[in-house]
Design a protein around this ligand. Structure first.
Ligand SMILES: NC(=O)c1ccc[n+]([C@@H]2O[C@H](COP(=O)([O-])OP(=O)(O)OC[C@H]3O[C@@H](n4cnc5c(N)ncnc54)[C@H](O)[C@@H]3O)[C@@H](O)[C@H]2O)c1
Length: 284
């Protein structure tokens, strides 16, 4: 199946990056938001990323112009009617996502593939809520999308071979390195990363060392680009807590249980970088 026109629903942190890489790869890309203010904010993020890239000599001015020419925004479903493939990247909420698929189904053709960028929801459950469970899958990008090479391609129990192959090839056409991940909470990367991060919190609670020493240990001793607490503050403690709860609910294994300190930090509003304070302080 040939993909020419791509729809992206949600132009937040992930959706704007996804729309940018699709447009940069030559696809006519239309991104939908709930309102004009959020839409312009998301499109502005794309423009700023590209302008900064040009200023630093990392993006050719022609590439920026072509990307922006391929990209348009909308607040309607109607504008997505000719899309061959639509990537949903709205808030991590099952009901909201279901409503999006129902809205899209009133305008798109029977051939259109639906993909979700969900981090933790069950792809088979999302697929089952549509009239096209065979043309549904997960495409999990990593933040920041224009920079991170990896994407996880997730097959629902119902995804057809043709859909899976089209999506895998589509991910490659974006210049990404796709891997095939199972429809299990955390897919591959978070399945291994989240228990490691939770373990670091438990170890800290048990007095293993200071935050700085544990971070330094893992960075310099294992060659990780950053230590677990720096990474937790980047990811967001609320997001980590949310994912850990979903994984624990599914697997019922202690490794996925959120440590008491994580819960309390979230309750206290210490979400990491985005709230100005997490394990470290970012307040100026
Ligand atoms: N943040 C990450 O690191 C990350 C990584 C991989 C996957 N994800 C997943 O990507 C998705 C989006 O996450 P995010 O971090 O970009 O969130 P975000 O809050 O930055 O963006 C979500 C956007 O969706 C918009 N939105 C909400 N309802 C909508 C609707 N009905 N129609 C159109 N737009 C709508 C919101 O206005 C918002 O701009 C979630 O499913 C999340 O789990 C996030």
């Amino acid at each position: 199946m040939t993909i020419k026109t791509v729809g992206v629903v949600g132009c937040g942190l992930m959706g704007s990056g996804i729309a940018q890489v699709c447009a940069a790869s030559g696809y006519k890309t239309i991104v939908r938001e709930v309102g004009d203010v959020v839409l312009q904010k998301g499109l502005g993020r794309v423009k700023k990323f590209l302008d900064d890239g040009v200023a630093k000599g990392k993006v050719a001015p022609e590439a920026r112009d072509t990307t922006l020419a391929n990209l348009s925004g909308t607040t309607t479903f109607e504008a997505l009617k000719d899309c061959d493939l639509i990537i949903e990247a709205i808030v991590e909420n099952l009901d909201e996502k279901r409503q999006i698929y129902a809205g899209l189904e009133t305008v798109v053709g029977a051939h259109t593939i639906f993909l979700s960028n969900t981090s933790s929801l069950c792809i088979t459950e999302l697929a089952a809520s549509t009239k096209r469970p065979d043309k549904f899958g997960g495409l999990h990008f990593f933040n920041p999308v224009p920079i991170m090479k990896l994407v996880e391609v997730i097959r629902a129990l119902t995804t057809s071979d043709e859909t899976y192959q089209t999506v895998f090839a589509f991910a490659q056409s974006l210049g990404k390195e796709p891997i095939t991940a199972p429809d299990r909470p955390g897919f591959i990367v978070n399945r291994l990363l989240v228990p490691y991060l939770l373990d670091a919190i438990r170890a800290y609670e048990n007095g293993l060392g200071t935050l700085e020493d544990i971070d330094k240990g893992m960075k310099l001793g294992c060659g990780y680009p950053m230590g677990p607490f720096t990474l937790l503050d980047f990811v967001g403690l609320d997001t980590t807590y949310y994912i850990a709860n979903i994984m624990f609910e599914e697997f019922r294994e202690p490794a996925y249980a959120p440590p008491p300190l994580l819960k309390r930090m979230v309750l206290a509003g210490r979400m990491g970088r985005k709230s100005g304070r997490g394990f470290y302080s970012y307040e100026k």
